[in-house]
Design a protein around this ligand. Structure first.
Ligand code: CO
Length: 470
């Protein structure tokens, strides 16, 4: 029996987020959108994650306008976004009314597949997002609420842990599940075990997302496919490998003529490859793409911490003149993680745990100093940790403060109207309030530049002499 494997192409989001700090502008996408649309990918991941932040902070691009342009040029392919549940694309928890509005506007502007995840794998932080996505099906029947499991390693993260979480995800109403291995910690044979166990436990499609950092991604994808995985994430080859994904063309070729044949045309893909090759060369020349990012690095597998966390730790230690303490800090990481209820090591918990481990070693005394984020994590403000935190330990960190045991967003008042009232002068479209909600410092700067551009003021113009080259 043949089983067509479906492909999510990530070149417009995760590939450039992983390799060139999310700096691909819409002008570089535009010439190839039509061809990408005609390949027959299951979906094109093109929005969310860090693209929103990068658009307004570095590219002077309206992320909503980018989405509308992609939608217009890709009428035949599902468009996919990534977002962090109750955090949306920002760095705090948002009230439900903001989140519901965000999902609604994302769909109205062109999103079909919404991939939602939570750093703590706390299903409570995903409930509103799943419900909002389901509600959006009324507007667009293609809408899919996909929940991603943040994959991590550690003694409590057994196959059973993931199976239990997968079952809760299905019960919560998700349309599909993604195993999200952002830190490239999966190995091929364990992938087979994990995918097989999850497939047995749920009836919704299972997708695999893994990065090439440690050099194992295509092997993991293949073992995952053999174990029953339905969809995989890949990236067009010029922006694949290294910290990005397995190359799309290679996976299509590997499966061609087998029971898993993707049905995608390698000739069409090769034309698209030629286009992205010119971009790759341009990015290398400008220094945007550092070829170091393309090299294999298995350190994540040795230390069991994500690559980004390792480089952050090294920087913190260097700043403190304590580079020699790296091994001690890396040994302290699992102990801090155990104390903090075993959070998966993904943004933001990887930084929180890493910083605390560094404090503990540098100061020569454990928990002598804790920053607010660590206190918030222990206080339950990010959600429920995979393992309950020892009450004695919690008391030592936050004193008699009552820990949060409910869904953190239940403590938030509706805030959409209040946010709107703060920026009446900048609102040009209803989505602007959502841009502001997520990036309150950067958004007004972006809005001002956008308006200046519209009325023909060049920001580099000589304001004093009222010279405005248009
Ligand atoms: Co990723």
């Amino acid at each position: 029996m043949s089983k067509k494997i479906q492909i999510t192409e990530t070149v417009l989001r995760d590939a450039h987020q992983s390799l060139i700090a999310t700096r691909m502008p819409i002008e570089d996408m535009l010439p190839i959108l039509d061809k990408l649309d005609k390949v027959g990918f299951y979906s094109l991941e093109c929005w969310g994650g860090a693209t929103f932040d990068s658009c307004i902070r570095f590219l002077d691009e309206d992320p909503w306008e980018r989405l509308r342009i992609i939608r217009k040029n890709c009428p035949n392919t599902r468009l996919q976004m990534l977002f962090r549940g109750q955090n949306m694309l920002g760095y705090r928890h948002y009230a439900d009314d903001v989140l519901e509005y965000f999902v609604q506007r994302s769909v109205a502007n062109g999103i079909d597949v919404i991939r939602i995840f939570d750093a703590l794998n706390d299903i409570k932080n995903l409930e509103t997002a799943i419900k909002a996505a389901k509600a959006a099906k009324k507007e667009n029947k293609n809408v899919e609420a996909q929940v991603a499991i943040s994959y991590t390693t550690g003694e409590v993260f057994t196959t059973q842990y993931y199976v239990d979480y997968a079952k809760r995800i299905e019960e919560a109403g998700a349309d599909s599940i993604c195993i999200k291995d952002m830190a490239a910690l999966l190995t091929p044979y364990y992938t087979a075990e994990l995918v097989g166990a999850i497939k047995k436990a749920v009836s919704i499609p299972v997708q695999l997302h893994t990065h090439y950092t440690s050099g194992l991604a295509s092997m993991c994808l293949l073992k995952g496919i053999e174990a029953g995985c339905d969809r995989i994430d890949t990236a067009m080859s010029p922006l694949a490998n290294g910290t990005s994904h397995a190359p799309t063309e290679s996976m299509v070729a590997a499966l061609q003529g087998t029971e898993y044949d993707t049905g995608l045309d390698l000739i069409k893909l090769s034309e698209i490859r030629d286009y992205f090759m010119t971009l790759r060369e341009k990015y290398i020349k400008s220094g945007l793409l550092d070829t170091k990012m393309l090299a294999t690095d298995a350190k994540a597998l040795i230390y069991q911490v994500p690559g980004g966390m390792l480089s952050n730790l090294l920087k913190q230690l260097k700043d403190a003149g304590k580079e020699d303490k790296l091994t001690e800090v890396l040994e302290e990481v699992p102990r801090v993680r155990k104390d903090a209820g075993y959070p998966p090591l993904v943004t933001p918990t990887s930084q929180i745990v890493g910083t605390q481990a560094a404090f503990n070693i540098i100061l020569g005394e454990r928990y002598k100093m804790c920053n607010d984020q660590f206190k918030n994590l222990v206080a339950g403000k990010y959600g429920t940790t995979p393992v309950p935190i020892d009450p004695e330990f919690r008391k030592r960190i936050i004193g008699d403060t009552e820990p949060v045991t409910c869904r953190p967003a239940d403590l938030l008042e509706p805030e959409l109207d209040k946010l709107r009232e703060k920026i009446p002068e900048w609102i040009e479209q209803e989505e602007d309030v959502l841009t502001y909600a997520q990036f309150p410092e950067v958004a007004p700067v972006f809005f001002k530049k956008r308006r200046d551009k519209k009325i023909g003021i060049n920001p580099s113009a000589d304001i004093k002499n009222k010279v405005h080259p248009v």
